[in-house]
Design a protein around this ligand. Structure first.
Ligand code: ADP
Ligand code: ZN
Length: 180
């Protein structure tokens, strides 16, 4: 499965549900990169400044990350890509991978009005420990400000701040829309 759509469209929420129901491996590039930043790996150090300002990470890094990830044993029953491909170059690299591994693609494209995206992103809250996401109005945690899954304090992702959101939407229009 391949989930396409702008930031805030609900790819993360839906991909978690699809993965749970079908048993396919869920691969979220955003989560993998945030995890690399949290673990302070060389990859994390390289991508942190780009992600903070809402720019895309170079194709070569993402393609290498995905090419390696799909060879892991949990991907033998299928996989679900959330956040990749984000550029035409990445889509072409994926094409090769799909041919090589003889996969079949199901593409789900999420089309959501801009004003809904902005409301979702500004109200989004995030657990830095387990990466669970919540929304102040649409899906608040049981205890205000605390993660249901691990009890950590929720925060706003740095790239969910208004000026950075504008840049992420620009990147989506310029670089990801052509992928559709
Ligand atoms: P969202 O879909 O809400 O924008 P993600 O968690 O998918 O959030 O991505 C967060 C950031 O991670 C992006 O703004 C970008 O900097 C980086 N990123 C994730 N996936 C890719 C990708 N396929 N190509 C380039 N950059 C990516
Ligand atoms: Zn948590």
């Amino acid at each position: 499965f391949l989930l396409l759509g702008p930031p805030g469209a609900g790819k993360g929420t839906q991909s978690a549900i699809i993965a749970r129901r079908t048993g396919v491996a869920r691969i979220s590039t955003g989560e993998m990169l945030r995890d690399a930043i949290a673990r302070q790996t060389p990859l994390g150090a390289q991508v942190a400044p780009l992600m903070e300002r809402g720019s895309l990470v170079p194709d070569s890094l993402l393609v290498a990350l995905i090419a390696e990830r799909v060879t892991e044993p949990d991907c033998t029953n299928g996989l679900l890509l959330d956040g990749f491909p984000r550029t035409v170059n990445q889509a072409e690299a994926l094409d090769l991978l799909v041919q090589e591994r003889q996969m079949e693609l199901v593409v789900l494209n999420f089309d959501v009005p801009r004003e809904v995206l902005l409301r979702r992103l500004s109200g989004r809250r995030w657990c830095p420990r387990c990466q669970a996401t919540y929304h102040l109005e649409n899906s608040p945690p049981k205890r205000t400000g605390l993660c249901d899954q691990c009890g950590s304090s929720l925060i706003q992702r740095a790239d969910d701040q208004e000026d950075v959101v504008a840049r992420r939407l620009q990147a989506y229009d310029a670089q990801t829309v052509p992928v559709i």
